[in-house]
Each structure stands twice: as structure tokens, then as C-alpha cells.
Design a protein around this ligand. Structure first.
Ligand code: UT7
Length: 330
């Protein structure tokens, strides 16, 4: 029996046009370009402006582009999964709304929450459905409008995040190329260090939660940094070892873009030079579930069939994840 491996047939990304530069943030909070660049690697980020626009609008642009470039009809899609921490609303799922905005109907679609590791988590779910033969064409989206939950009076977090979306189309491959391995982890004890305090069932929205600014991102940066730097490097090393990959076998590392210092540490642990690391944090900041597909989209023209690629992420939860792909398109 031929082994089937889910394969990324195409990738597309979308970032909104409006740029929020470090210089503009200097006017909003007590910060400076040099601190932001040296501590995070970020120069600017994109923000989605416009009344009534949300995460689904970013995602719909990515999905429309993906359908076009892969010459796929909306009616051919069997499943759509959206990883996000900034859903359009509590319900329905943002995936349902993306489907409506892209003309995809009568298929299963749902959201998945694993914060910054969300894209790899969603990829693992899509992979199962393709490999067990349930579905032929699966879209996995990572999308976040982080500007909707960023407190632009908090210098410790407002410099970090941006808005964006990326989407991939998964189809069955013959086992030679595709998503070879995925490792997923979580540790709920870390939930206290990175979260949104209000707006869920524990603390629904009230005048007090709004006055206390509890609908914004809360992050204990240094604690999250220590966890992220260790776990992203550890899991990347583990997935290399499990798959008998040496540094020289790896063509690309696609790291979650939270902080350039975390990315550098991961690359160092993997023995990879900077030129093998996809890095766009300087231009987009941390777009949460979108960072990895946005990198794949931007670097796609440079990818060659057979390239060994490692994806790695750490995020709220805590969650962390790594994937090993053998690129299947030329
Ligand atoms: O994607 C989800 C996972 N998230 C992450 O992986 C993020 C992990 N954390 C980080 O990337 C870093 O911890 C931050 C970039 C958030 C912060 O960098 P840091 O080097 O850990 O800084 P810190 O929080 O320890 O703060 C150092 C100093 C403090 O001042 P004092 O107390 O030493 O006087 C902060 O108040 O830097 C100050 N500071 C700032 N200064 C200028 C914090 N934010 C800013 C700012 N501009 N924007």
C-alpha cells in the first residue's frame, strides 16, 4: 500500500496596507526605535484599519489568493480550519465567516485555538484528514487581527504585535514529499503569564473589565521569553533527531516571529546559519497564528522541491509545536 503524506500544494498571505512604524509608536508611548529593534528585531508592523473589518477579512484575502494561484474552485474545498486568537466574534467560528466571504459552502469549517502555535496545530489536524482519505483538499489558515486586542498605552506589548493572515492548501502526496512529522505540546500552568483576562466565560465583559483594560493582551514578557527560548529550541532539536536530520540537511527554519532573539537562539541550537532562517519580524512584528504561513508565502519562490523545512512555534497556553516538511512543489 502506498503511504500518503499531506502536501502543501500552495501558500498565500495577506497583510493590510497600513504601516505602524516604531517612530509612530514613539509618539504614543514611552519607547524608542533603538530599544524596540535591539530587544525584538521589529521596525514596523501592519494594522487593519476600517470599521467593521476583522480577522476574517484578512483571512479571506489570503484564501482568495490561494484559490487563484492554485487554480482551485471554491467548490472543490472539503474542509477549512482557521487558527486564531482574535476571532471576529465569540461565535460563529471565524472559519464559517471566511468560507462565506470566499464562496465556500456546505463543508465543515471550524476554528482552532493554540495561540502562536495555532498554525502548526491546525496543520496537524488538516494533515490527518488528508492522510486518512476523508478529504482531498483542505485549507489551513492562520490569521490574527492583533491590533484589536493590543493596548496602545502599554509599551511592553504594543510594540510587538501586528495583523496578517496566511493560508495553505493541503492535498495528498505519495509519501515522498509533504508534512513528514509534527510534534505538539502544551502546559496549562503557563496560562497565567500570557492571556486576555476578560471577555470569556470566566469574566464576561462588564464596565469594570473595560475600565481595568482587561480585554487587552496581558504578558509577563521576561517569563514568556525564558520559556519560549528554551522550548522552541528543544522541540526543534527533538524533531531533527527523530527524523535523523543533521544541520546540513535543513534548507530552512520557519520560526514563529515573536522576538528575533528567540529565533536566533533556536537557529544556533539547530546549527543553522542566518541565511537559512526565514525572518520577517522586522516588517510585520508578531502576527500570532499568521507568522509561519506569512513566511512560507514570502519565501515560496526560493523553495525547491525536496527542501527539508522545520517549522517551530511557542505561544500562549503555553503551547509549543514543531513540524518537519519535505517541500513538494518546485
Ligand atoms: O508570541 C507569543 C510568545 N511571546 C513571546 O515569545 C514574547 C517573549 N518576550 C519577549 O519577547 C520580551 O520579553 C519582550 C520583548 C516582551 C521584552 O523584552 P525584555 O528584554 O524581556 O524586557 P523586560 O520586559 O525585561 O524589560 C526590560 C526593561 C524594563 O525597564 P526597567 O524595569 O529595566 O527599567 C521595561 O520597563 O525595558 C523596559 N521596556 C521598554 N523600554 C522601552 C519594556 N518595554 C519597553 C519599550 N520601550 N517598548
Amino acid at each position: 500500500m502506498t503511504q500518503v503524506t499531506a502536501l502543501i500544494k500552495g501558500v498565500h498571505g495577506y497583510v493590510p496596507a497600513d504601516v505602524l512604524s516604531n517612530a509612530e509608536l514613539e509618539k504614543m508611548v514611552d519607547t524608542n526605535d533603538q530599544w524596540i529593534k535591539t530587544r525584538t528585531g521589529i521596525s514596523e508592523r501592519r494594522v487593519l484599519k476600517g470599521k467593521g473589518l476583522g480577522t476574517s477579512d484578512l483571512a479571506a484575502e489570503a484564501v482568495k489568493g490561494l484559490l487563484k494561484k492554485t487554480q482551485t474552485e471554491a467548490s472543490e474545498i472539503d474542509l477549512l480550519i482557521c487558527a486564531t486568537v482574535t476571532p471576529d466574534m465569540q461565535f460563529p467560528a471565524t472559519a464559517n465567516i471566511i468560507c462565506d466571504k470566499t464562496g465556500i459552502y456546505n463543508i465543515p469549517s471550524f476554528d482552532l485555538g493554540a495561540a502562536c502555535s495555532g498554525f502548526i496545530y491546525a496543520l496537524s489536524v488538516g494533515k490527518q484528514f488528508v492522510e486518512n482519505g476523508t478529504y482531498k483538499k483542505v485549507i489551513v489558515v492562520g490569521a490574527d487581527k492583533m491590533s484589536s486586542i493590543v493596548d496602545y498605552t502599554d509599551r511592553a506589548t504594543c510594540v510587538l504585535f501586528g495583523d496578517g493572515a496566511g493560508a495553505v492548501l493541503l492535498e495528498a502526496g505519495d509519501g515522498t514529499y509533504g508534512i513528514k512529522d509534527i510534534l505538539l505540546r502544551s502546559d496549562g500552568r503557563g496560562r497565567h503569564h500570557l492571556h486576555q483576562k476578560a471577555g470569556g466565560s470566566v469574566k464576561p465583559a462588564s464596565i469594570e473589565t473595560v475600565q481595568n483594560r482587561e480585554h487587552f493582551i496581558y504578558q509577563e514578557g521576561a517569563t514568556v521569553f525564558k520559556f519560549a527560548v528554551t522550548k522552541m529550541a528543544d522541540l526543534s532539536a527533538e524533531i531533527m533527531e527523530r527524523n535523523q536530520l543533521q544541520s546540513e540537511d535543513i534548507a530552512w527554519l520557519v520560526p514563529h516571529q515573536a522576538n528575533k532573539r528567540i529565533i536566533d537562539a533556536t537557529a544556533k541550537r539547530m546549527g543553522l546559519p542566518a541565511e537559512k532562517v526565514m525572518l520577517n519580524i522586522g516588517r510585520y512584528g508578531n502576527t500570532t497564528a499568521a507568522t509561519i504561513p506569512l513566511c512560507l508565502w514570502e519565501w515560496e519562490p526560493q523553495l525547491n522541491k525536496g527542501d527539508n523545512i522545520i517549522l517551530a512555534a511557542v505561544g500562549g497556553g503555553f503551547t509549543w509545536a514543531a513540524a518537519y516538511l519535505k517541500w513538494g512543489s518546485s
